[in-house]
Design a protein around this ligand. Structure first.
Ligand SMILES: Cc1cc2nc3c(=O)[nH]c(=O)nc-3n(C[C@H](O)[C@H](O)[C@H](O)COP(=O)(O)OP(=O)(O)OC[C@H]3O[C@@H](n4cnc5c(N)ncnc54)[C@H](O)[C@@H]3O)c2cc1C
Length: 392
């Protein structure tokens, strides 16, 4: 009898995990309350950056390298067109420590990250104003962006084509913290319609909803923060701000802004990486705020002068599902050994989907274990110096 596994959540983490488990021979049921890459999910929206630049956190550089291999292989096999290799242009102000540390870590892993001079960068990208506020520039040639919502849908379609069962259904937020039997195993989950799913093992990859589903085990360690994303209209007939003439760019100064070139005719994407206010992922309002739009416009005028008066043609509100240290969570439930919890992508999880799927499938099937940095036990002791940030 193949092992029966239920995966709750069909975002970047759950979808890839379900597909990987199915490919390793498990009988898998995947459920999602609103569908893969839905507009409330952290994996929703048009695009996400894929980069291996992670400062001293080389565990993520290595994971991103593996994920990129898998995204490429997936595109080659299914012609899905989910990854676009535009390169990523990194622009730093006076503190370029993150760039320098990344270059060292990536060199050790054989991932290119090349320094550019401002004059070289200006020649290459004349549509960008490299003023005095930009002190150091790096070019990450293997990086680029992924189509987010479309990838989630594609992966679930593959999962079903390869024999998995997908259902649009919601697991009740009832009592998963306490529902394990005396042997410390969960037998079934209850759905909102009061039906149940029985399985040998369960994976909860519920993004920003993890804390509500597991108030004891996770609780406020996954904090959903409101993040706005803007799409600005480019001049008619002008391709300078579109893929392939424009790369992904990330500006790390007092704040981190980033953007993805115009693609799928949606406009030029700009976002502020600063953590926003708390948001309820189910009920939170998803209209862009005037102050957020104004901040994006100000940066646009400074860095991309030709877009200073560009009209806002669209906006999305998503949420980071942030842990205190920006590290992921991959662990067994403390009271139920056959329940795995995966999330805490903290604004950088999407790209890792295929590698996360491999890791979780190994964990669930008993031939792998998560890095201690991702285990829940780390939250019991706050590190000396406090929780560090993801751009450190
Ligand atoms: C604006 C923004 C920009 C980002 N930029 C990047 C980037 O450039 N690069 C990058 O790598 N990452 C980025 N991220 C982070 C990344 O998108 C997330 O970390 C990642 O998508 C999280 O995936 P997930 O599967 O854990 O969660 P989700 O995508 O939220 O998936 C969870 C799923 O669980 C379902 N669910 C929840 N509760 C239940 C339930 N009770 N029953 C059934 N289903 C349920 C939901 O419907 C949802 O589909 C960004 C995030 C945001 C918001």
């Amino acid at each position: 009898m193949p092992v029966q596994i239920a995966v709750v959540g069909a975002g970047a983490f759950g979808g890839w995990t379900a597909l990987e488990l199915r490919r390793r021979g498990a009988q898998v049921t995947l459920i999602d309350a609103w569908g893969p890459g839905n507009a409330r999910a952290s994996s929703g929206g048009e695009t996400r950056v894929i980069r291996a630049t992670y400062g001293t956190r080389s565990i993520y550089s290595a994971m991103a390298r593996r994920a990129l291999e898998r995204w490429r292989a997936y595109d080659a096999e299914f012609g899905a067109g989910l990854f676009r290799q535009t390169g990523v242009l990194w622009m730093f102000g006076s503190d370029a420590g993150f760039g320098g540390a990344s270059a060292d870590a990536m060199r050790a892993l054989g991932i290119p990250l090349e320094p550019l001079t401002p004059s070289g960068a200006s020649r290459r990208f004349p549509q960008i104003a490299f003023d005095d506020s930009i002190r150091r520039i790096f070019w990450e040639p293997d990086a680029g962006y992924l189509f987010a919502r479309r990838a989630c849908e594609h992966v679930v379609q593959r999962f079903v084509a390869e024999g998995g069962e997908y259902r649009q259904a919601a697991a009740r937020a009832a009592d998963h913290d306490a529902a394990a039997d005396t042997l410390g195993r969960l037998r079934r989950i209850e759905l909102e319609d009061r039906s149940t799913i029985e399985a040998d093992a369960f994976v909860f990859a519920c993004g920003p909803w993890l804390g509500a589903l597991f108030p004891e085990a996770v609780g406020r360690r996954v904090a959903p923060t409101r993040q706005e994303v803007y799409y600005f209209g480019t001049p008619a007939g002008d391709t300078r701000f579109h893929d392939p003439d424009m790369p992904v760019w990330i500006e790390c100064r007092d704040r981190v802004f980033y953007g993805i070139p115009g693609n799928a005719n949606r406009g030029f994407k700009v976002a502020d990486d600063t953590s926003g206010p708390p948001i309820d992922p189910t009920w939170g309002a998803r209209e862009a705020t005037p102050s957020g739009i104004a901040a994006a416009r100000e940066m646009l005028a400074r860095r991309f002068p030709a877009l200073a008066d560009a009209p806002l043609v669209g906006a999305e509100v998503c949420q980071y599902e942030a842990t205190p240290d920006s590290h992921f969570i991959v662990d067994r439930h403390p009271a139920a050994a056959n329940v795995w919890i995966a999330g805490g992508g903290s604004g950088h999880g999407f790209k890792m989907g295929p590698a996360m799927g491999e890791l979780l499938a190994s964990c669930v099937l008993g031939d792998g274990s998560p890095d201690p940095q991702w285990q829940l036990a780390r939250f019991q002791v706050e590190p000396a110096g406090g929780w560090s940030e993801k751009w450190s």
